[in-house]
Design a protein around this ligand. Sequence first.
Ligand SMILES: O=c1ccn([C@@H]2O[C@H](COP(=O)(O)O)[C@@H](O)[C@H]2O)c(=O)[nH]1
Length: 238
Amino acid sequence: MTDIKKPIIVALDYPDQAAALDMAARLDPADCRVKVGKELFTRAGPAVVEALQKQGFEVFLDLKFHDIPNTTAMAVKAAAELGVWMVNVHASGGRRMMEAARNVLAQQSQCQTLLIAVTVLTSMEKSDLEELGIQLEPMLQVERLAHLTAQAGLHGVVCSAQEAAALRKTLPASFCLVTPGIRPADADAGDQKRIMTPLAAMQQGSDYLVIGRPITQAADPAARCRAIVDELRTAGFQ
Ligand SMILES: O=c1ccn([C@@H]2O[C@H](COP(=O)(O)O)[C@@H](O)[C@H]2O)c(=O)[nH]1
């Protein structure tokens, strides 16, 4: 599933469309894709997706749907009709929810949208899972949810790069691993717990790296993005 030309997805976590489009204008659609998440979409709606597509970007609509099967499936259908490159649900919504979402996309003719599922948020660690009554290391919970996602017929998962190598051993090569929690060595972790550098994440088997603040809050975001692209390219990843 690796698109060897463009593993980077820049998270446009902004409070309004103008700020997001301004950031996007400083990036090159040949180098990266962009991600629209809950803050930006709740503020700006489908118009921001359409504007980014007009700028030449493929868009990952990261709304992490988690609801009953019918509601989730209809939300995924609406996302696909926006022509987004990728959309996601929470794997913890369960098999029937994921199958309903998969089926609604399968019924749409010529739908190219990739459907993936979030396993364990990269901001979580073992103690967070324990508070939810899950007595497992994040790695094991990620593996459990990733296999459920594969059985439900989705294209891949969101996980941390720390789990990528283990998942690569037991899941098909075509199963896509999208990894947020990417932090260059000099970047702050912030609220992320399960982190890895861009190059190490690719070496561990990530297909796509979601990178937000290390790029968008850099003094020169375009240069920061370019430096990561160049590092990966030099190592043979794009
Ligand atoms: O497990 C997850 C799922 C989604 N995200 C999203 O990725 C970006 C990461 O941004 P940074 O600024 O690089 O931390 C953000 O939009 C999250 O909503 C995630 O971090 N972890």
